[in-house]
Design a binder for this molecule. Structure first.
Ligand SMILES: [Zn+2]
Length: 160
């Protein structure tokens, strides 16, 4: 089984300094958790199955990086991005930032199952969406397929 290798991005000092310390800590924890989830054997197996059934070559995916911080200057906040020339997929955190991150207190614990569920669905859907862009252009088809794969993933992981 060839793994879809995912790494943590390396934010510049300038970007890092934009965020207050406690927010920085939150996003680093969030990224670490996302990294753990997406590199888990179960998720990697599901990604492998998707690539096989869609007949998408792993060669096309050169680099997948989990961005630590959300793009604060971008008004069109997207959760993922693909650069076809570089074969690079970037995944942004689920929680955006506009002066503060608004997260219910009960979700602040990264061992909280609800939070793990939310992060898993976010990172999985974003990655699958961008991977499907390697084959399809039509957003509607991509959305529909992503939803189907996400439902299957939730079932396999025992979320539903
Ligand atoms: Zn898209």
């Amino acid at each position: 089984m060839t793994l879809v290798r995912v790494r943590l991005a390396n934010p510049s000092e300038i970007v890092t300094k934009t965020f207050p310390e406690h927010i920085r800590k939150f996003y680093f924890q969030h990224a670490k958790k996302s990294f753990e989830i997406i590199n888990s054997e179960k998720i990697q197996k599901i990604l492998d199955e998707i690539l096989n059934s869609e007949e998408i070559s792993r060669e096309k995916i050169y680099d997948v990086r989990i961005m630590i911080f959300p793009p604060i200057l971008d008004p069109h906040y997207t959760s993922g991005m693909i650069n076809h020339d570089l074969g690079q997929i970037s995944i942004f955190p689920i929680f955006s930032y506009s002066g503060e991150v608004i997260i219910p207190d009960c979700l602040l614990n990264f061992e909280n199952e609800d939070l793990i569920f939310v992060i898993t669905v976010h990172i999985f859907n974003t990655l699958v969406h961008e991977i499907l862009h390697l084959k399809y252009d039509n957003e509607e088809i991509i959305e529909k397929k992503t939803e189907e794969y996400a439902a299957r993933m939730c079932k396999k992981l025992g979320f539903v």
